[in-house]
Design a protein around this ligand. Structure first.
Ligand code: PLP
Length: 402
């Protein structure tokens, strides 16, 4: 991938002045621009939340806040505390995820979170009992595990046996229990089926199926109304450089049409976006310490590996890679370099899973250059196993606006 000239020179400058051979570089301008754009084009009633699991760094939370997100999707007490430290009010937090502990739920009830998204019948009963103990009530959404799959998703969270949400086939059995819990106020549904979807039509199909489900439930259970419909995240990023980019305009127009078709204009719709907002605001940069030929294939060995950037290995995909030349003196006359060939890139960890890129074409690379992994702003450091081999944590550098 070709880096922009300012990004390449920021990486070179940072490399020259830093004692660290690996770092994340963040530029929050793309994230801010995306939030502003989404807010401008989405139909009435749609609220944009930042799913901070994508990147919990304070600069990402500040970018979300300054650009006017409706709030933050949290999945733990730790995330909640970071969001509050970044200036979000508890009323701006929505709490999702399986396995919320009693302590986490109690904290949420005491602070007054906007909605807590129930993932099982046990969780509903547990939350209701805590409400009774504290003498409060709480708005909830019910997360449903639908019986459909989203075509073209990079990762699927629905269909079949899942720990996420309540099976759609059990709704008729579970809903009366949940509606009978006096301290819980049922406000609607949460259906997050898939992540990393590039084709707008696929994600809109999900919205349509969720609207069908909403209408079905409202018909079957007299007096029930889904005021809030949460579609989770799922807007994709073109990691494979296929040229197919997610079209927010297409999505906004399609959603508007569906809302009108189903006559759901008076409802609120939640988007909890992580990857789409954060991915292109970050680069993982690491120094090439060695290049060797093994069985005719070049292996590039960097200062950092999956301990800093685990996503490519975890999902078996390559991120776009760029090389920033550093023109370092040669270590010995016969040292290897890479010229127009397919290579493997790994880190310093003593296992074969430590791969940052597999079988990827590199134009030119020398020992001492910086290998730069693009679209690393989402699920980068936060998803990595930093303790393994006790290497240093890479600094996270924020690029200041020019
Ligand atoms: C409940 C929930 N909401 C939102 C997200 C963010 O999804 P994405 O990064 O695809 O936008 C996730 C990601 O796993 C999630 O689990």
């Amino acid at each position: 991938m070709q880096l922009s000239a300012p990004t390449a020179s920021a990486i070179r400058r940072q490399t020259e002045k830093s004692a660290s051979r690996s770092f994340y570089l963040y530029d929050l301008a793309p994230m801010r621009a995306k939030i502003v754009q989404l807010k401008a084009i989405m139909p009435e009633g749609v609220e944009i939340f930042y799913a901070m699991k994508a990147n919990p760094h304070p600069a990402f939370l500040a970018a979300a806040k300054n650009s006017g997100v409706a709030g933050i999707e949290i999945a733990s007490l730790g995330e909640a505390k970071k969001a509050v430290a970044a200036g979000f009010q508890p009323k701006e937090l929505i709490f999702t995820g399986p396995g919320k502990s009693p302590e986490e739920l109690e904290w949420g009830l005491q602070k007054g979170l906007r909605t807590i998204h129930i993932e099982s019948l046990t969780e509903a009963y547990r939350l209701n009992a805590l409400c009774q103990k504290l003498g409060v009530s709480q708005d909830i959404l019910l997360r449903v595990n639908p019986d459909f799959d989203i075509h073209g998703a990079q990762a699927s969270f629905s269909g079949g046996s899942q720990k996420l949400g309540v099976d759609v086939t059990k709704l008729h059995e579970f809903l009366p229990h949940i509606l009978g819990l006096n301290n819980l106020r049922f406000r609607g549904l949460h259906v997050y089926a898939a992540s990393g979807v590039l084709r707008v039509e696929d994600l809109l199909k999900n919205c349509q199926l969720v609207f069908d489900m909403t209408r079905g439930i409202e018909k079957k259970f007299q007096g029930i109304r889904c005021d809030i419909i949460d579609f989770g995240g799922g807007f994709g990023i073109d990691y494979l450089e296929s040229g197919q980019n997610f079209s927010p305009d297409g999505y906004a127009a399609g959603l508007k049409k569906l809302i009108a078709e189903y006559e759901l204009e008076k409802r609120r719709f939640v988007l909890e976006l992580g990857r789409y907002l954060a991915a292109d605001s970050g680069w993982y940069c690491t120094e090439i310490l060695d290049i060797k030929d093994s069985h005719g294939i070049k292996q590039i060995v960097c200062a950092g590996g999956t301990n800093h950037f685990r996503r490519p290995a975890a999902l078996s995909i390559n991120h776009p890679v760029a090389i920033v030349p550093m023109n370092r003196p040669r270590i010995f006359a016969g040292q290897e370099s890479v010229l127009k060939e397919r290579v493997y890139i790994g880190g310093p960890l003593c296992n074969t899973a430590d791969k940052l890129a597999r079988d990827i074409y590199i134009e030119n690379a020398e020992i001492g250059d910086m290998a730069v992994f693009c679209l690393a702003g989402a699920y980068g450091l936060t998803m990595s196993h930093m303790e393994f081999l006790s290497h240093d944590r890479p600094p996270e550098i924020i690029l200041e606006p020019a």
